[in-house]
Design a protein around this ligand. Structure first.
Ligand SMILES: Cc1cc2nc3c(=O)[nH]c(=O)nc-3n(C[C@H](O)[C@H](O)[C@H](O)COP(=O)(O)O)c2cc1C
Length: 164
């Protein structure tokens, strides 16, 4: 039994990212914290994605994504892209197009433009291992941290009874 798993797991440091996806026709974006670099050569990032997200369908179909780093003053953007079932979720933001064709959030601090290399199962999520094709800094600032978003993702409800 683990007491308060949410507050314990929040102490594993993560940034906050908007993941842009496209199947070549449709585009979407969602907020993610579970992102990490996993290789220098080749340059690989791994994203942990709930396969029930609409964005996962587009990721599987298109095989491309961007990882857009949010800054300290961008909590509201994290909240916006953390909601599902939002009509025209991308409207009201400026987007660039990466070399892969995936959407880049122009107000992010830094973006990574990626092609999916392969997927791995991870419990109730899938891990997409992504090759970095391009990356650049767009704006200056300090990255937003997962712990600073408190329970924005509702994760306090997600831990299995067995963990509590
Ligand atoms: C702070 C925060 C962190 C999140 N981290 C992840 C994550 O790492 N992986 C994931 O699959 N969903 C994560 N989510 C949940 C998705 O952003 C959310 O379910 C979103 O609605 C999915 O978008 P879609 O349904 O339009 O694809 C996070 C949400 C928030 C607010």
């Amino acid at each position: 039994m683990i007491e308060n798993p949410d507050s314990l797991f929040k102490q594993i440091s993560h940034g906050i990212y908007v993941i842009g996806v496209s199947d070549g026709i449709h585009q979407n974006a969602f907020t993610a914290a579970w992102v990490m670099q996993v290789s220098f050569d080749p340059l690989l990032l791994a994203l942990s994605i709930n396969p029930e997200h609409y964005s996962y369908q587009l990721l599987r179909a298109g095989g491309i994504c961007t990882v857009n780093v949010l800054g300290q003053d961008q909590q509201s953007i994290a909240g916006h892209f953390g909601r599902s079932g939002v009509r025209d979720k991308m409207a009201g933001f400026q987007w660039l197009t990466g070399k892969t064709g995936a959407p880049i959030l122009s107000e992010s601090l830094t973006y990574f433009d990626c092609e999916v290399s392969h997927y791995t199962d991870a419990g109730d999520h899938k891990i997409a291992v992504c090759r970095v094709i391009d990356a650049a800094m767009l704006n200056q600032g300090q990255p937003l941290l997962y712990v600073q978003t408190e329970d924005m993702d509702g994760s306090s409800e997600f831990y299995a009874e067995s963990a509590q």
